[in-house]
Write a protein that binds this ligand. Structure first.
Ligand SMILES: NC(=O)c1ccc[n+]([C@@H]2O[C@H](COP(=O)([O-])OP(=O)(O)OC[C@H]3O[C@@H](n4cnc5c(N)ncnc54)[C@H](OP(=O)(O)O)[C@@H]3O)[C@@H](O)[C@H]2O)c1
Length: 223
C-alpha cells in the first residue's frame, strides 16, 4: 500500500507535540491531513501554522469529531488519561475505519517505570471501547516527538505496528514510511502492550544516558 492510497488522515490531538510532528511529516509527504482538537479554533490555528511552514501542503484543522468525520484513517494522539473521553466524542465517525493509536500508557509520577493499563494495554482498551466495526492498530509508541519536528531529519527508530488484521497494519506501515521511518509488522493487537512498555524503557534509557535520542531497531529482516 502506498501512502497516497490512504485518503485523508485525521490526527486526533494533532495539536500536541507527537501528533503535530507526524501531521507535519505526512503533509510534507503529500497526504491530506486534518488536525483535530477539543476546540475547533485551536485545531484550525495549529493547521494554519503548519500550512504556513509547508507551502502547498494539504492541512486543515477543526474539532476532533469533524476531523474524524472527514477522514479515511483516524490517528489517536492524546494522553492515555483522556483516551476514553476522546474516543467517546469521536465514536460516531469511526465505523468502518482504521484507528491508529499512538497512545502509550505513562501512568503515575515516574514515566520511566512501566505500569500496564488495567485492560492489558491502551490499544486493547481502545478496541474494546470502539467495538468490532472499527479496527484498532497500535503504532509510533517509540518515536519521540522532538524527532518529528524537523521533517527532513532522518529518524533512527523503527515503528512497531500491532494489530489483528494485516490489511489494517498495512495502513500504519504506509503511514510510518510516509513519515520517513520503517514500519514493522509486529503481530496481534495484544502485542501493543510490549510497544507501550518500551516507551517507558526508552524514557529510562534517555534519562540514564542523558540523551533524548534512544530508539529501537529490529535486526535480521530482509528489508
Ligand atoms: N511526546 C512524545 O515524545 C511521545 C512519544 C511516543 C508516544 N507518545 C504518546 O502520544 C500521545 C500524544 O503525546 P503528546 O506528547 O502529543 O501529548 P500531549 O501534547 O500532552 O497531548 C496531545 C493533545 O491531546 C489533547 N488532549 C486531550 N485531552 C487532554 C488532556 N486531558 N490533557 C491534555 N491534553 C489533552 C490536547 O489537544 P487539544 O487541547 O487540542 O484537544 C493535546 O494537544 C500520548 O499518548 C503519548 O503517550 C508521545
Amino acid at each position: 500500500m502506498q501512502a497516497q492510497d490512504l485518503g485523508t488522515v485525521a490526527v486526533i490531538g494533532g495539536t500536541g507535540a507527537e501528533g503535530s510532528g507526524l501531521a507535519r511529516r505526512w503533509a510534507q509527504a503529500g497526504l491530506h491531513v486534518v488536525i483535530g482538537s477539543r476546540r475547533h479554533e485551536k485545531g484550525a490555528q495549529v493547521a494554519a501554522e503548519l500550512s504556513a511552514q509547508l507551502p502547498g501542503a494539504h492541512i486543515s484543522g477543526t474539532d476532533n469529531l469533524s476531523a474524524a468525520q472527514q477522514a479515511d484513517v483516524v490517528v489517536l494522539s492524546v494522553p492515555y488519561e483522556s483516551q476514553t473521553a476522546i474516543l467517546q466524542s469521536i465514536q460516531p465517525a469511526l465505523s468502518g475505519k482504521v484507528l491508529v493509536t499512538i497512545v502509550a500508557t505513562l501512568l503515575g509520577e515516574k514515566k520511566g517505570r512501566y505500569t500496564p493499563a488495567p485492560g492489558g494495554s491502551a490499544a486493547m482498551e481502545a478496541q474494546r471501547q470502539v467495538g468490532d466495526e472499527v479496527t484498532v492498530v497500535a503504532a509510533f509508541q517509540n518515536v519521540g516527538a522532538h524527532h518529528l519536528q524537523d521533517a527532513r531529519a532522518a529518524i533512527d527508530c523503527d515503528v512497531l505496528v500491532c494489530g489483528d488484521k494485516r490489511s489494517a497494519r498495512n495502513v500504519a506501515v504506509a503511514l510510518a514510511e510516509a513519515a520517513g521511518m520503517r514500519g514493522i509488522h509486529a503481530g496481534a493487537l495484544q502485542n501493543a502492550a510490549v510497544a507501550e512498555g518500551l516507551t517507558a524503557v526508552l524514557i529510562s534509557i534517555n534519562a540514564i544516558y542523558k540523551t533524548r535520542d534512544a530508539g529501537i531497531r529490529i535486526t535480521g529482516l530482509p528489508m
